[in-house]
Structure formats: C-alpha cells, structure tokens
Design a protein around this ligand. Structure first.
Ligand code: ADP
Ligand code: MG
Length: 326
C-alpha cells in the first residue's frame, strides 16, 4: 500500500506547489477551449518568448487535429470517411492511418470494448438535446458496430468500410493523441517541464522543479471536488467518466460512453483513470475499461505492463490495479 499512502500526503504538498508557482515567473499557464473541451497548458522555461511560442504551438496543434478529426466539421477527413468510405477507398494521411491502426490494436486488445465504430449507433445520440435512439434503431445500427468492418490498406494508405451503416468517431482517442503531439512539440522546442491537459487527458513532461505534478481525478458526482489526487512525474493519466456528457431521464443516466455490445450507455462504474506513458493509449484504455467494467477492466490492466488503473464503481468505492497497491 505504500504508493497509496503517498496519495494521502498530497494535500499537504499541494499548498507548497501553488505558492511556488505563483512566486516563479518562469512558469506560464494558459487555458482555452477547442474540440469541445477545456485545454490547459503549463510550461516552464527561462525565456518568456519561448514560453509564448510553446503555448501557441500547442494551441495550433490542437486546432489542427480538431479540424482533421472532428465529426462536427463537415469537411474534416473523418466526416469525409463517414460519407464516402463505404462507396470507395478513401486515401488518408499517414497520421490518420496510424491513429486508426492504434484504434484497431486497442479494439483487439479490449475485445471490442473500445471501438471507433460505436459511432454507427453513437451518432443517433445527442446529449445536449437529450436525444437517444429507439430500440429499433439501435438493433438495426448495431450490425455496423464492429471494428473489423474498417479495412485499412497500408500499401495504398486508404480506408474502406465494409458495411453501409459504418461510421467512426475518434472522440475516445483523439484528445490523448493531441496531448502526446503537444508534448512532443514542447520537447522539440527545448522544454523540460510541462503539463498538457485536454479534457480528461493529461500528460506531464518532467516534474515541477524537484516536486511532483499533482493530477486530480474528479469526483464524478461533484464537479468542484476531487476524488483522488496523485503525485506524478514524466507520465500521463486519462480519466473517462459518466459525467462529461449526459442527461437523466426517468432515473436513467444517459451518457457518452457507449457499450459496443448494447449500443447504449455503459453502466457499472462512474469513472476510470489509466496511468501510463502515452496519452493516446491511456485515453483509449480508459474508455475501454469503463465499458469492460470493474473486474474485467482491472484484470486487463493488471495483465499489461506499464499501465495502472483507478476505478470508481457505482457505489463510489475506489479500486486500484495491482501496481498501485503492492
Ligand atoms: P472524454 O471525452 O470525456 O475525455 P473518453 O475518453 O471516455 O471521455 O471518451 C468518450 C468519447 O469516446 C465519447 O464522447 C465518444 O466520442 C467516444 N466513445 C464512446 N464510447 C466509445 C467506445 N465504446 N469506443 C470508442 N470510443 C467511444
Ligand atoms: Mg478515453
């Protein structure tokens, strides 16, 4: 339990860090919104011009990825795939091809719990407008929820969908990817200490000058409270929760993490956090473990090297993967 003990010491640490950051003019912090989510960038550098350049480069990268991968933008590559890839091969960039390849890899690893073709049903949901599909619609569209229906042709760098109803959405992986890209850009600009967060996906470069970064897991039922605080360095953590996009109707909470088996919101846990070196995998795995549920999800993470998990179940009890408790 030694690492968990560290967790309970963090509150004390946190006070010191807040003061340190206020007194240290070489840190810079920026918050903004893109991809329908909040972005936070914090960088350390001696040179003010470089700090500004780093933050601007991260913002530009987030915008670039959003314009390629958003399903809300009619001419994004993702929208073009969803429109045309059943009728013809659609050529894509190496970047999109690679992200679709990683998505398939995670789908296979998680027995389809993570599946970008959830969108074949998922597009019928609108959480802001409180719209859910009928049973009939779900049954029909579920036939197109299967990652094997997305054919990846590595020689031609092209994509083909094998069923007319297939749609894909990278909402469960693109933010993690964008965070990794941002950290890489910062490294190339010479940064050694930085934090980039996009929604629930955080990656840390280095530490906070001899102190750890403190990363929180939100209380799923109180947005102003943290359920867990973790001291982390040079790693990444992603959280998936049933609170990001949801509405309640007749005592049922309809939210944005969809089980590819049922075509409905996934129940059993309230929040899943994955700690691992790269946000792209953490992001996809946090969604997958949410769908797999407590036992199967933690079992998967315990079988993988380099990943840890913190799961809050439906009774708000926290569960930890083996590496965090031994
Ligand atoms: P957040 O977007 O709040 O950070 P997640 O990382 O869990 O949370 O991503 C949830 C998003 O993933 C949904 O909004 C949707 O776009 C997508 N998604 C939902 N269910 C699945 C699934 N089973 N497999 C892959 N992606 C999914
Ligand atoms: Mg995710």
């Amino acid at each position: 339990m030694c690492r968990l003990l560290v967790i309970s010491n963090i509150l004390i640490l946190l006070v010191g860090i807040t003061i340190a950051s206020a007194a240290n003019a070489e840190w810079e912090r920026a918050e903004y919104t893109t991809m329908g989510t909040n972005i936070l960038v914090e960088v350390y550098h001696q040179d003010a011009q470089t700090r500004k350049q780093g933050i601007e480069a991260v913002i530009a990268e987030m915008e670039r990825i959003n314009s390629l991968m958003s399903t809300y933008i009619p001419n994004s590559k993702l929208s073009i795939l969803n429109k045309d890839a059943y009728k013809q091969d659609v050529m894509v960039s190496q970047e999109i091809f690679d992200l679709l390849t990683i998505s398939r890899q995670v789908s296979r690893l998680t027995k389809g719990a993570f599946d970008i073709t959830y969108e074949s049903v998922g597009y019928l949901y609108s959480f802001p407008e409180q719209v859910i599909p009928t049973e009939e619609q779900i049954t029909k569209k579920l036939k197109a929820v299967n990652y094997e229906l997305v054919k990846l042709n590595a020689d031609k760098l092209s994509i083909r969908f094998l069923h007319p109803d297939v749609k894909i959405n990278l909402g469960g992986i693109a933010k993690g990817y964008a965070v990794d890209q941002s950290i890489e850009i910062l490294v190339n600009l010479g940064f050694e200490h930085a934090l980039v967060t996009a929604g629930g996906d955080t990656r840390l470069l280095g530490d906070r000058l001899g102190k750890p970064w403190i990363v929180g897991i939100r209380d799923p039922r109180n947005k102003d409270k943290q359920a867990v605080l973790l001291p982390l360095n040079n790693t990444a953590m992603s959280t998936s929760g049933d609170y990001e996009r949801y509405f309640e109707e007749g005592g049922v909470r309809h939210h944005h993490i969809i089980s590819p088996t049922t075509g409905k919101s996934s129940y059993g846990v309230q929040s899943v956090s994955i700690i691992g070196p790269e946000s792209v995998y953490n992001d996809a795995l946090s969604t997958a473990v949410f769908v797999l549920g407590l036992q199967e999800g933690l079992g998967l993470i315990n079988a993988l090297d380099s990943f840890e998990a913190i799961v809050m179940d439906e009774n708000r009890k926290l569960h930890y993967s083996n590496g965090l408790t031994q």
